[in-house]
Structure formats: C-alpha cells, structure tokens
Design a protein around this ligand. Structure first.
Ligand code: KG4
Ligand code: ZN
Length: 338
C-alpha cells in the first residue's frame, strides 16, 4: 500500500510517498535553515509562515516524483505531535483537508516514533523488538521498542536534549546555526582529550542523562580563558564536548541493552548523524556482538519518508484520525497525554 506522508514539526516542510512502510518512492524536503540562521535558531512564527507557503508545492512534488495520483494513495500520514505547535498545525490542517476532499484515511503519527522508523527505510531486515537511542533537538530517550507501535521509555534527559546541548556548545565557540552539524564538522580535526568535562551526577533513573551542566562548563571555560588571554580552539572544545556527550549516550544505551538482554540497537533522531556517535556506538556494539542499525544520513534529520514508514505500521494497527485531529506540542512516545 502507498502512503502519502507530511511532516512540518519544526523547520522542514516535507512530504513523501512510501510503499509498505519500507520503500521510498519520493521524498521532498524544503528546508528553512538559511532563513533561521540569521537569528541563531528556529523562530516559530517564521517557521509556521514558511510551512504555509511551501506545503502545497512540496506535497505536489512528492506525488509527481513518485509518479502517483491520489487514486493510488491508500492513506495520508501526518506528524501531529510533538513539535512547534504553529508549525505542526500547518501539516495537520493540510492533511485533514486532503483526507476530507479525497476520502483517503488519515493516520496521525508521533514524531519520535517516525525518527525510529527512519531505520526501516534502509534496513530491510530490521524488526522490533529492539532498543533505540532517540536523540534529537528536543528529546533524548532510551526506548524499548517492543513492537512497531508499543514503546517503553527506559531513560531520558533530565534537562537539555543532546541536540540542544550540541547547538549550545556550537554557539559558545561561535559556530552558526545549525550548530550540531557544524560542531561535528570542525571537531573531526580537534583534540578530544584537550578538555576534561565533569561527569554529570543524576539522582533519578539509572539510564537518565543530564547535559545542561556540560554546556555551562563550556561557557565558563571559554569565558575564563578569554579573561586570561588564553586561546580556546573551537575544534578542541568541540571534540572534547562531543566526546563527553557521545560517551554518555553510548554508555547508558549499552547498559540498558545489557540489563534488559536486548541485542539489537537502533540509533534515531538528528544527532544520530553525528560521526563520533556512529563510530563509538559501532565499536561498542561490535565488541559485545550486538547488531547496530543506523538511519542513512539523509533520513537522520526531519523528513516525511520516516513518517510514511511509521504511518504504515500505525495504519496496520488500526490507527485513524478524523477532522477533530489536533496538533499537540508535547506528547510522550507512549502517546499518553502529558
Ligand atoms: O531530529 P532533528 O532533525 O529535529 C528534531 O526533531 O529536533 O534533530 C535536530 C538536532 C539539532 O539539535 C542538530 O544540531 C542535531 O540534531 N544534529 C547534530 C548533527 N546533525 C544534526 N548533532 C550532532 N552532530 C550532527 N552531525
Ligand atoms: Zn525530529
């Protein structure tokens, strides 16, 4: 079956056509990055306006690229939570309009579930159960994926998300938005052992994370160095910061996998594009005989193909929405209302 999927939770307007949850027939992404760059981050009001302007063209291109008409589409999947509310509303309302006018069923999809499902697009043999490290700009979770539509959160960040921490560290060393990807690029040539960051102390769950103290440490380090007239090389600070964050992510994920006797690990979310995270997780999994799956780089960030993948499994599980569907800014992956 063919699903037309729509994503507008942050600053990418995206649409795709995906067959049987696995085969991408088209994948169109209109990014607003250049426009938000001058403000150093996403401006929600601008994001909503640009989604309104882009969405019809993006959906049309996705159908054209897939060589499809509405007659061949079996369901419309749309991201409805979590994300920027004004941005989500554009995709949700557009999808509702399409569903109403064509009679094609509407399937609401959780954004983090989609990030995990990005892995189904390129790893044909991947099936739940598995453990997923979901690291995006707004969330950092260790999730026990029990089936395509059943999730249990084993660990989470107590403060900043991993992507948010990467973005803040990037800003500290003067790199432009989008910070994480720029920090990754420059840090490849840095000395990751140059600066020793403190180990965050967490008194909650065994697999939980905390990153906000690391960001404060980076800010203070740069400030103190400048007062003493010392130079901090962005690549050294970046490499040391990325090492600290990715070591914590890998350690907790491996610990959760071992404790729960899970031997398949799946990376998901924007930060899963990070080169050190991919390398370090690969090494640790190989050492233990765990099978590691990672999304292709083009499916790590926000896109609609991943919404089509998860939408397929939600559809098979009987999930549908009608015209009462609303966007929700904050919603756990288990989909119980906060
Ligand atoms: O999943 P995503 O595209 O959007 C959200 O759902 O939040 O994640 C975006 C986050 C940003 O914080 C961005 O800086 C980070 O992912 N990111 C990276 C890399 N590429 C994107 N962080 C580190 N290294 C990267 N290569
Ligand atoms: Zn995302």
């Amino acid at each position: 079956m063919k699903i037309l999927s729509i994503e507008s939770s942050c600053d990418e307007t995206a649409a795709a056509v995906v067959e049987d949850g696995r085969k991408v027939l088209s994948n169109v992404v209109a990014s607003q990055v250049e426009e938000h760059k001058i403000y150093g981050g996403v401006v929600p009001e601008i994001a909503s306006r640009r989604h309104v302007e882009a969405i019809s063209g993006v959906v049309k291109s996705a159908l054209q690229d897939a060589d499809c008409t509405f007659n061949e589409i079996d369901a419309i999947a749309v991201t409805y939570a979590p994300g920027l509310i004004g941005a989500l509303l554009v995709g949700v309302n557009f999808a509702k309009g399409l569903s109403f006018s064509t009679g094609i069923p509407l399937v609401p999809v959780h954004h983090l579930r989609s990030h995990i499902a990005a892995n189904y697009l390129t790893n044909e043999e991947l099936k739940p159960p598995f453990l997923s490290l979901v690291v995006s700009g707004g969330h950092s979770h260790i999730v026990n994926v029990k089936s395509y539509t059943e999730f249990e959160v084993l660990g989470r960040t107590r403060d900043d998300a991993a992507g948010e921490a990467m973005d803040k560290a990037a800003r500290t060393v003067g790199l432009p938005y989008p910070g994480g990807v720029n920090l990754d690029k420059i840090s490849i040539n840095g000395d990751e052992n140059k600066y020793k960051f403190p180990t965050p102390h967490i008194s909650t769950g065994k697999y939980d994370f905390s990153f906000s103290g690391l960001k404060t440490f980076a800010v203070n380090l740069v400030h103190n160095a400048s007062q003493k007239g010392e130079e901090v090389l962005p690549e050294d600070l970046g490499a040391s910061f990325i090492k600290t964050v990715t070591d914590i992510l890998v350690k907790n994920t491996i610990m959760a996998a071992e404790d729960n006797n899970i031997k398949q690990i799946v990376l998901a979310g924007g930060v899963s594009a990070n080169s050190r995270l991919r390398k370090k997780m690969s090494e640790e999994c190989e050492r233990r005989g765990f099978k590691l799956y990672m999304p292709e780089l083009k499916y790590c960030g926000d896109n609609a193909a991943m919404v089509g993948a998860q939408g397929y499994y939600e559809f098979l599980n009987g999930k549908r929405a009608d015209l009462k569907l609303n966007a929700v800014a904050s919603m756990p992956i288990t989909e119980e209302i906060d």
